[in-house]
Design a protein around this ligand. Structure first.
Ligand SMILES: Nc1ncnc2c1ncn2[C@@H]1O[C@H](COP(=O)(O)OP(=O)(O)OP(=O)(O)O)[C@@H](O)[C@H]1O
Ligand SMILES: [Zn+2]
Ligand SMILES: [Zn+2]
Length: 846
């Protein structure tokens, strides 16, 4: 989960190169409202936070007003802006010192590694018609010798800086890579997540699109103006004449080879025409691939349109009402597992498509099974499924289809929230509580929040669906920011499965030397005898989770992270699950040479060994990120399970999500406490979600189903509520817990991670950042609680020491402003080699 940190370098904390263009007078993301007193209920909950955060996030909605114009340069003077008064902009020149040069065309440009901006550049006359917002440009930046790539976010008339601007050197794109609403989304995200806008663009536009993967340049020929002279054409030799007349008659450009085919000639006459200046040439890019679909759609499920249950038609009625009202409404579909939420999504999308609009369906990556895909592909003429195993060319191809408006439904993981559909009518997040919707590298956005912002700006509904809604979404329904739609029963009135808790503190319940209790053992045997299928959940991969010497107590740990290594039996490796550091598992203690090192703790590999020993006749498969490395392996195991070639599936949370197999009669949870005692305020919520979701995999057919949950904390509220399928009880109790400390959804949290190679230098940097935060808080009069710096649970990662600071406030705007002010001029000497990362609304505290 932490791999993002290394592969995506975060904001460089060193000095930021200042552009030679005049520093920004008024960044379009001016936080002008940040210092304003909170609205009465702003920050009371996440939805309120979302409403106020995005509505007032300047740049996002401000830009809406004047950006709908398609001419490259909006006419009229830029609207004067009062934002320069805030303390945040003391360094800006006072307005009366500015001399406005009204006739200068100006482009506002943002960058990947220059956090503040946008920066203004002059657009030379010859580029005026070519440059539009959403295109990339080459511009000079700072003392760099070579031009830097930037993104144009606005074009306007009038240089307000009072200084001479540098010129845009080159326009890099033929057409904008995103439309105005998406440019506004970028500006908002950059502001809210405090991430350089250039980085947000990189997240928004796939690299395959930026690199034009799967395309090639082609030269097109059309008649040059000189060919209008009939006498010239008449004087040409026959072949040249025929070719030229054909091209004129065609009325559209052709490639040389097309023209050769049509005019039945060789390259000679065409080259002659070129030389005579009778042809003009135009280079265009075209896709080399046509329809690259390596995915097969069929998964053995029948295509059927169900007659809706009462719950489903009620839900659909309320969603279509929202669609028809053309309002930016948020709806939460809380439907128990197996209540038929997917059918409701499909019907809602049919309604959207009927009016010529399109929809985005976001799902956790692991749910992008052939089953999910098939359900959408069978019901719509044109579906684009985005997934991580696409080649760059495929991704680019799909992106172009989407942008051309050829796609009705886009199904994909979190980044699909940026799909450039021209007529978007609805955004759906299925399993909206899922942690994979938060990106753990820069920009650290949450797809739910971005979807909300996009839906707001387009005035379209956002539909969130889950059997175990996040408390953020749930609380939004309680405070009137979202509409709750409930589907409390399963399709066909199937009962919810019976859940039995096994108290592992009782010695007789445990099995000697194994992980499977007596009761679970009996239940598995019984189920196998009835030809039913079994799912066993253990949320830890590997064989043994600690390697410890019983003689001296030494624990074999990662030298870079100081976390215990996990023993993997295949290949006898000891692996760090945080950074992938791998060694051969030592046969004796590396400290004292004691020959009898012990493998403690339980992972899925060890469980697999035990299962095969206990149930030798069962056909077993293991599903975790170790066995699922190869593309397609996930689908392969699932279709074997569906077709009955497997009896028992064991694995990590991968098996807990969205699977719909009617013959699963038993679900066993090996250790429900695994996530319960994490130092994270969401530990209870995650446990509840995981147990409820995996329990929901059974009882989906006509043969019923039951669940056995092994736990050391059977009385814990999260486990009790999950065992009764009682979301309401859980949500109420958990909201009361969160209220005590104003944790989300009641308040907002941000986290700053400071990391460096030298421990005390890192800590000192964290402390000076804290001081800055304190003084910003004071200057802004912000009510923000500051915690830390302290080492997080993962105190060292990949050789870097880590400290974190937590900020907490009822008002997300005050929280954001405090960080923005404190970090704006915070510079860390390069020799210290310390970086920091801002994580707004963090989803993990490790
Ligand atoms: N109206 C209906 N009549 C009969 N069967 C239906 C109906 N609607 C859905 N189903 C079937 O019920 C099963 C469960 O539906 P679905 O997978 O959409 O549930 P879900 O609410 O998404 O559950 P989960 O949250 O567990 O993923 C599917 O096999 C689906 O085909
Ligand atoms: Zn030892
Ligand atoms: Zn490590």
């Amino acid at each position: 989960m932490l791999t993002g940190e290394a592969s995506h370098p975060d904001i460089p904390a060193g000095p930021i190169p200042m552009p030679s263009a005049v520093p920004p007078q008024r960044p379009s993301d001016t936080p002008r409202t940040d210092t304003r007193p909170a609205e009465p209920d702003a920050g009371e909950n996440d939805a309120a936070a979302e409403v106020s955060g995005s509505l007032s996030a300047p740049g996002f909605f401000d830009a809406c007003e004047n950006a709908d114009d398609d001419s490259p340069i909006p006419d009229g003077k830029p609207v004067p802006d009062q934002a320069t008064q805030g303390q945040l902009f003391e360094t800006d020149p006072p307005p009366w010192e500015l001399t406005v040069q009204e006739d200068v065309a100006v482009a506002s440009v943002v960058f990947r590694d220059a956090p503040y901006g946008p920066y203004d550049y002059r657009i030379p006359a010859e580029l005026r018609d070519r440059l539009h917002p959403g295109m990339r440009v080459h511009v000079p930046l700072g003392r760099r010798k070579r031009p830097t790539v930037g993104w144009c976010i606005e074009t306007k008339l009038g240089n307000q800086t009072g200084k001479t601007l540098s010129d845009v050197a080159e326009v890099l794109d033929d057409a904008p890579l995103c439309d105005r609403p998406l440019v506004r989304l970028v500006t908002w995200m950059s502001h809210y997540y405090q991430s350089p806008a250039g980085q947000v663009f990189d997240a928004l536009i796939p690299s395959s699109v930026r690199a034009s993967a799967g395309t090639r340049e082609r030269t097109y020929l059309s008649p040059a103006p000189a060919s209008a002279d009939e006498s010239v054409v008449d004087a040409l030799p026959a072949k040249q004449q025929r070719a030229l007349r054909l091209l004129i008659a065609a009325g559209k450009p052709m490639t040389a080879s097309q023209l050769m085919v049509h005019a039945e000639c060789t390259a000679g006459p065409i080259n002659a025409l070129r030389k005579k200046g009778l042809l003009s040439e135009d280079t265009r890019r075209e896709m080399t691939t046509s329809m690259p679909t390596r995915w097969q759609t069929s998964d053995g499920e029948k295509t059927e349109t169900h007659e809706l249950t009462d719950d489903q038609s009620n839900a659909l009625g309320r969603i279509t009402a929202a669609l028809d009202s053309a309002a930016a409404k948020t709806l939460l579909l809380h439907g128990v597992t197996g209540s038929g939420k997917t059918e409701v999504y499909i019907r809602a999308i049919e309604h959207v498509v009927k009016f010529g609009r399109a929809a985005i369906v976001l799902v956790p990556e692991i749910s992008l099974t052939p089953q999910t895909r098939g359900r959408f592909e069978r019901r719509f003429a044109s579906v684009a499924v985005l997934h991580s195993q696409m080649t760059p060319a495929e991704r680019h191809f799909q992106w172009q289809r989407i942008r051309r408006g050829e796609v009705q439904v886009v199904v994909g993981p979190r980044s699909a929230v940026f799909a450039p559909l021209p007529r978007l009518g609805l955004i759906i997040l299925d399993e909206e509580h899922d942690g994979s919707f938060k990106q753990d590298s820069q920009p650290r956005y949450h797809a739910r929040k971005v979807a909300f912002a996009r839906a707001q700006s387009l005035q379209i509904p956002l539909l969130l669906g889950s059997a175990t809604p996040s408390l953020e979404s749930w609380y939004a329904t309680q405070s009137g920011h979202a509409e709750l739609i409930s589907m409390p029963s399963r399709v066909g009135n199937r009962p919810m499965p019976d859940v039995q808790l096994v108290d592992l503190r009782i010695k007789d319940e445990r099995s000697r030397g194994g992980a499977i209790s007596r009761q679970l053992h009996l239940a598995v045997n019984e189920t196998l005898r009835e030809k039913g299928q079994v799912i066993l959940l253990l949320n830890r991969r590997g064989f043994a989770t600690t390697i410890q010497c019983p003689s001296c107590g030494h624990v074999v740990a990662c030298p870079d992270c100081e976390m215990p290594l996990t023993h993997h039996r295949d290949g006898g490796k000891a692996v760090c699950h945080y950074c992938d550091y791998t060694i051969a598992t030592p046969p004796w203690c590396p400290e004292c040479r004691f020959d009898g090192i012990r493998y403690g703790g339980l992972g899925t590999q060890k469980l697999e060994v035990e299962v095969k020993k206990r149930f030798p006749e069962a056909r077993v498969a293991r599903m975790d990120s170790d066995t699922m490395r190869r593309p397609g392996s996930h689908q392969k195991v699932l279709s074997a399970f569906r077709s009955g070639e497997l009896d028992l599936l064991l694995g990590t949370q991968m098996i807990a999500k969205g699977l719909d197999f009617p013959n699963v009669l038993l679900v066993g949870v090996i250790n429900a406490d695994a996530a319960l005692h994490f130092p994270d305020f969401r530990a209870g919520e995650r446990t509840f979600q995981l147990v409820t979701q995996v329990a929901g995999r059974t009882g989906r057919g006509n043969r019923g189903g039951r669940v056995i949950v092994q736990t050391f904390s059977p009385e814990h509220m999260a486990i009790q509520a999950a065992s009764r399928h009682d979301y309401l009880q859980f949500a109420e109790a958990e909201i009361a817990n969160r209220r005590k400390f104003n944790y989300p959804p009641l308040g907002s949290v941000a986290r700053i991670i400071i990391r460096g190679a030298v421990e005390d230098v890192t800590e000192a940097t964290a402390n000076s950042l804290l001081q800055r935060l304190e003084s910003s808080r004071e200057r802004l009069g912000a009510e923000v609680r500051l915690l830390g710096p302290a080492p997080p649970p993962i105190a060292k990662l990949r050789g870097k020491y880590r400290f974190h600071l937590l900020l907490q406030s009822l008002d997300p705007l005050q929280l954001g402003a405090t960080i923005r002010m404190a970090t704006k001029t915070f510079k860390i000497p390069e020799k210290d080699d310390v970086q920091y990362v801002i994580d707004i609304d963090p989803m993990d505290m490790l």
